[in-house]
Design a protein around this ligand. Structure first.
Ligand SMILES: Cc1cc2nc3c(=O)[nH]c(=O)nc-3n(C[C@H](O)[C@H](O)[C@H](O)COP(=O)(O)OP(=O)(O)OC[C@H]3O[C@@H](n4cnc5c(N)ncnc54)[C@H](O)[C@@H]3O)c2cc1C
Length: 506
């Protein structure tokens, strides 16, 4: 008790001479005394998802005593609940099937949907790193399914997925990290702010141990003061792998007021504590208002259906249009409509076209989340009755839609009718779902270099000792992130961050 209070006293004395940066970060005027710190490691990683575990393992493999801090009671973040579909160039499955692929092709596919908002070097870095990431995962115990998938937007078949989804990655990687004797992972430990030395180098973290995350608080990060404040030193540096902020209504609605209250299927702790700490530390924020909408089925399978407003039975969008346009149209329609969710209708030919059969099966088995259950009806009359859609209006809309398909011209919303591969609204049984868009991914975060160094908002140069990887980093994907490309981004930049930080002088 006495020792603890004298340590606190010394720490206070040390901080009394610190300078507070314009961003709120603390710049110490004097070298901190060793005994001011509660714990010391070479490297501290914030977050235990794919980015955090790959960074942590890589740093530990390079000999760095590494601490991973995780604010939640459970490890893995959004990565744990993700399917973790991964676009890998040169996987054993591609080789077995004789599929030619190149990092440049994957990078080009990623760039195509980025809206020109990113530096192509990020995409190329990720694409070039996928093969090494795949081998790293396998070496650390991840088992992949022996099916290769082809998702929309990818020029070749290249997606692999782990047995057990995200858990099939998090479990073996965390076991592997636990095997390093000089390294440690602490749960319920929230990184609150970065501490600098007199040269502007990040040398430690202020954290809260025994933190009790409270999902009921509106501003969890700013109001929750549970746990004890401690100071952890990072001799070589800190990696923020703290994920995204989909569940942070204050940040989401500050960026795009229209999205206030939108739901998300990201992990419950995907609030902005990591982002806030990075901003306070002086990181340059990039693309904070870009969000990725998702649906409970693959977005690329929406095109096979006909979306109608239940109150009128009328279409309201090009179902083959881009992800953002469809999402905004649905949200708009729902707002106009007294909060009634539009209905997406498929016929028996349409569901044969699904790219993502796993989610189709889950939906048909009524085991999908977020409105993703798919119900079967023998006739349009039955379907209309179930959703309260005016029957005559729906049947007339279906007739018009089928006629436009026959004529290969959508005079209502300009959908590409030539790409419909026989899908229509004519062959019973019919299938319907009330798929709402939600946000599952935030494209914004701290700007990093291709070496994962965090860029300072003040100097535009890398902040010494500070790295970011995964969803915590922003500006990597731009306007749209290509499907199956977040986990590879997290893993590749996690490995880069772990390598770079462990090379630093202590
Ligand atoms: C349902 C779902 C399905 C998805 N499917 C795919 C897919 O198939 N393929 C794909 O490529 N992408 C997919 N994504 C996206 C992808 O899974 C995520 O972008 C990725 O896993 C994020 O990894 P990460 O390591 O950056 O963050 P996370 O896995 O979220 O980990 C961040 C961790 O940091 C912790 N943390 C945050 N702040 C602090 C703090 N201040 N102190 C301490 N700890 C902190 C969090 O609690 C969390 O555990 C999906 C996402 C979801 C939600």
């Amino acid at each position: 008790m006495k020792a603890a209070s004298s340590r606190r006293h010394l720490l206070k004395a040390g901080l009394a001479t610190c300078t507070v940066l314009p961003f709120g970060g603390v710049l110490s005027q004097e070298k901190k005394e060793e005994h001011l710190w509660d714990k010391e490691f070479d490297v501290i990683v914030v977050g235990s998802g794919v980015a955090g575990l790959t960074a942590g393992i890589t740093a530990a493999e390079n000999g760095a005593a590494t601490l991973i801090v995780e604010k939640m009671g459970e490890i893995g973040g959004s990565s744990r609940i993700s399917q973790c579909d991964m676009a890998i160039v040169g996987s054993p499955l591609q080789k077995k099937l004789g599929i030619q692929d190149k990092p440049e092709w994957l990078a080009a596919d990623m760039q195509k949907v980025s809206g020109g908002l990113t530096d192509p070097e990020y995409a190329l870095t990720i694409a070039k790193g996928t093969s090494a990431l795949f081998n790293f995962m396998v070496e650390h115990g991840v088992i992949f399914n022996d099916t290769l998938m082809h998702f929309g937007g990818h020029s070749v078949k290249r997606t692999v997925y782990p047995v057990g989804g995200g858990k099939g990655i998090i479990r073996p990687l965390s076991n592997s990290f636990a095997s390093f004797k000089n390294s440690k992972l602490i749960t319920r430990c929230k990184a609150e702010s970065v501490i600098y030395d007199g040269d502007g180098r990040a040398i430690g973290l202020k954290v809260r141990t025994n933190y009790l995350f409270n999902p009921l608080l509106d501003s969890e990060d700013t109001e929750n003061k549970t746990g004890s404040v401690k100071y952890f030193k990072a001799r070589k540096g800190i990696v923020f792998a703290s994920g995204g902020y989909c569940r942070d209504n204050s940040i989401v609605s500050a960026e795009v007021p229209y999205l206030k209250g939108i739901s998300s299927n990201a992990q419950i702790g995907a609030t902005g504590s990591g982002l806030r700490a990075l901003l306070e530390a002086g990181a340059y924020p990039v693309h904070l208002s870009l969000f990725r909408f998702s649906f409970p089925i693959s977005y690329t399978d929406i095109c096979w259906g006909m979306y109608v407003d239940p109150s009128s039975g009328l279409r309201f969008v090009d179902e083959g249009g881009n992800r953002d346009k469809i999402s905004m149209a649905i949200l708009d329609q729902k707002k106009k409509n007294g909060n009634v969710t539009p209905v997406l209708i498929y016929d028996s030919a349409a569901i044969k076209n699904f790219h993502d059969q796993r989610r189709l099966k889950r939906g048909l088995a009524l085991k999908n989340t977020c409105g993703g259950n798919i119900y079967k009806f023998d006739s349009l009359e039955e379907l209309a009755k179930a959703y309260g859609i005016p029957v005559v209006a729906l049947k007339e809309q279906a007739q018009r839609y089928n006629k436009m398909l026959d004529e290969l011209k959508d005079t209502e919303f300009n959908k590409d009718m030539k790409a419909m591969k026989g899908a229509g609204v004519r062959k019973a049984p019919f299938y319907a779902m009330q798929a709402m868009p939600f946000i599952a991914y935030t494209a914004g975060g701290a700007k990093i270099t291709p070496q994962a160094q965090v860029i300072s908002a003040r100097t535009f140069k890398p902040i010494k000792g500070l790295y970011a990887a995964g969803e915590a980093a922003g500006g990597i994907h731009g306007a749209n992130r290509l499907t199956c490309c977040s986990v590879i981004d997290c893993g590749v930049f996690g490995m880069i961050a772990g390598t770079q930080v462990s090379k630093q002088e202590s």
